[in-house]
Design a protein around this ligand. Sequence first.
Ligand code: PEP
Ligand code: CO
Length: 385
Amino acid sequence: MKSAEHSWTPRSWRSRPAAQQPDYDPAELDIVLSDVREQGPLVLREECAALREKCAAAAAGAAFIVQAGDCAESLANDPVAESDAAVKLFAELDDAVRGETVRIARIAGQFAKPRSQPFESRVGLMLPAYRGDAVNGLPFDSAARRHDPARLAAAYRHSAATIGKLRRIESPVFTSHEALILPYEEALVVQDSEGGWWSGSGHMLWIGDRTREIDGAHVEFASGIENVIGVKCGPSLGAEQLLRLAETLDPKRTAGKLLLIGRFGANRIESCLPPLLRAASREGLATGWMIDPMHGNTRNFGGRKRRRIADMVEEVRAFFNICRSEGVEPAGIHLEVAPGQVAECIDFDGHDPMANFPCDPRLNSDQTVDLVKLADACRRQMVHA
Ligand code: PEP
Ligand code: CO
């Protein structure tokens, strides 16, 4: 928590416990980070400020945020092709929503993943879990699974190329990622002429469900920056905790600054979300509420992660119904989408049992359009109700 004697700096997170950090060699990491610092921010302060205004409009019901993209970006992908695919997807999603959309991609920085299990075992061999391409490699061998700071440098270069391409289109697609690797985030913070601190790593950053400890390093880091901040809200988040998080992350109650992204699961949203919405309304928080119908609906079938479309549909519907009964404007939806026609999420027609995905099962673009259309239909029903 902030106190009178506590003063935030881009490195003040270092005095807090930092969950989910890579175990990089410190000397190698320093070399990479001074290089990243020298090359400078990937996004402009003005762009980040513009996004905050758009998110304020969404929180007030005047626009709808569609945040979508890969679970984890891959260094093996071509940044130009990735940008083109994102632009194409958002163009389709714009058509699925009546009124203005705010387009936020999980792109140009989404290279690090929090993991529930630090190790992975296969046939008697135990190796560090895959933590995203900025940290280690997916192949199950000890060389690939080593935490390598050179990957962080590669992720920065890849992100720069992706953003370079995204900037050349007319309607803006904003970038976002989970602000997980804190030394990297620290290296890209810049100060404006009025003294405000902005992240230069992406337009919007979010804190994951596993790193939203109120006294933890991720919350400390995010509490000092002006960018739009998302917080993933899972079933373990209580109302008191939510209020403390909001007070810490958005003490000035800046419109559009804080986005709360519910990801409870179809079977828990009814019990988890209403108390959070009520507490937020009682306190008069200026936050926008979004729904991520993916991360609370991950099931285990025969040792593999699976997500059913039916669960996602149910959680999306429940979200809008709850918003309506609590008198809250729904601000947007957050989805994990794969490039290409994958069949990773179980559809009513069945799924591909051989589907191979590095982290979580993702939607294909048709499934994404359908879910966004559903969200839009629910939203319009609310407006007319
Ligand atoms: C994610 O969005 O990729 C993620 C890991 O989400 P959560 O923190 O909600 O589990
Ligand atoms: Co994911």
